[in-house]
Design a protein around this ligand. Structure first.
Ligand SMILES: *[C@@H]1O[C@H](CO)[C@@H](O)[C@H](O)[C@H]1NC(C)=O
Ligand SMILES: *[C@@H]1O[C@H](CO)[C@@H](O)[C@H](O)[C@H]1NC(C)=O
Ligand SMILES: [Ca+2]
Length: 228
């Protein structure tokens, strides 16, 4: 009996460590403003990154500030952060520095949903933001930098310390789906393929093989507007 329980524990432990879910056609719903609701993505980033791309699709009617993707390390709470300071703008933080892109209103085909890909290349510092498959004028930051490791990646809240320091006024309310991260840059063609859910391999996080932990009030639901 005790032996069985022990094996069960070991098995659950192993499954817990590697459990991956195919969330195709599903979304995370963040139903209300909160300073606790969030989703932790795993594993934590073990390698410093010189090339980074983050893509996701989201739908929100917030007109305040909110976070889309937050990676915080002990040294830098805004190590990699995709952030909406206000409607019509999108900011990318790398190692605590920030560039802000002006986003033209409604360029997409799915009303309300917006697909974004943000990338950063250490060698040049060049940051790209693609909105619904269209590139915005490039900016630059943190040339020569490598992102820190062993931090925490969170959807739904903006971190001011790894795994915490949330602010209700920066919480995400709405729906997020198709979240991916690569330690590499994507070609323009790849960005457009990702938008149509044909995704290059070798990602760090992938929506169809996601390891995650939901904290507090976040609900997984079918996508009501599945274009792809
Ligand atoms: C970063 O991407 C560039 C362009 O794809 C590539 O030449 C370079 O080797 C990459 N660097 C690393 C560290 O992966
Ligand atoms: C959130 O915003 C409200 C209204 O603007 C403000 O009164 C409150 O102090 C803010 N809370 C935090 C934690 O920043
Ligand atoms: Ca922060």
């Amino acid at each position: 009996m005790e032996k069985q329980q022990l094996w069960l524990l070991i098995l659950t432990g192993l499954l817990g460590a590697v459990a991956q879910t195919d969330l195709h056609g599903k979304v995370f719903v963040f139903p209300k403003a909160s300073k606790t609701a969030h989703v932790i993505l795993k594993p934590s980033l073990e390698q410093p990154l010189q090339n980074v791309t983050v893509c996701l699709r989201y739908f929100s009617d917030l007109d305040r500030t909110y976070s889309l993707f937050s990676y915080a390390t002990k040294d830098k709470d805004n190590e990699i952060l995709l952030f909406k300071p206000r409607p019509g703008e999108c900011s990318l933080y790398i190692g605590g520095d920030v560039v802000t892109f002006k986003v033209p209103e409604k360029t997409g085909t799915s009303p309300g949903w917006e697909h974004v890909c943000a990338s950063w290349e250490s060698a040049t510092g060049i940051a790209e933001l693609w909105v619904n498959g269209n590139p915005l004028p490039r900016k630059g930051l943190k040339k020569g930098y490598s992102t820190g490791t062993q931090g925490v990646v969170i959807l739904g809240q903006e971190q001011d310390s790894p795994g915490g320091g949330f602010n209700l006024n920066q919480s995400f309310v709405g729906e997020i789906t198709d979240v991916y991260m690569w330690g590499a840059l994507l070609s323009p063609q790849e960005v457009r393929l990702v938008m149509h859910n044909t995704v290059p391999p070798h990602h760090i996080f992938g929506w169809r093989t996601l390891s995650y932990e939901i904290k507090d009030y976040v609900v997984i639901k079918p996508n009501l507007f599945p274009l792809y």
